[in-house]
Design a protein. Structure first.
Length: 116
């Protein structure tokens, strides 16, 4: 926890390789101070087939899934910082966005919690 999943058109990998992009997303998430660095998980999924506004425009969308408890202001700053970084890396892509979903602590479970 937290999970950052970036969906994007496959052509963005012409600019940077996946490892570099993952590192940049990790750095932004870590720079907020909202998470323990060792808990940040980042993934990237590229798409060859997609439609954006019924066109074949490049896109990037980051889906963040984080544990509840952060303020709206903290989450807004995280989104703004992430999108700003992506705009810096990919200035020619018009469709760059991010949204954040909260996990409920009461319903979250992972492997380590099964022994409790």
């Amino acid at each position: 926890m937290p999970h950052f999943v970036m969906d994007c058109s496959d052509s963005i990998l012409k600019s940077y390789d996946e490892e570099f992009i993952l590192q940049q997303l990790h750095r932004v998430a870590n720079s907020t101070g909202l998470f323990d660095e060792s808990d940040i998980k980042v993934r990237l999924t590229t798409f060859k087939t997609y439609s954006v506004g019924n066109k074949r425009d490049d896109f990037i969308h980051v889906f963040a899934h984080i544990m509840q408890g952060r303020s709206t202001e903290q989450k807004a700053k995280l989104s703004k910082n992430m999108v700003a970084k992506l705009v810096t890396l990919f200035p020619d892509i018009a469709n760059i966005a991010m949204n954040i979903s909260d996990f409920e602590q009461a319903t979250y479970c992972n492997k380590a919690m099964l022994n409790n």
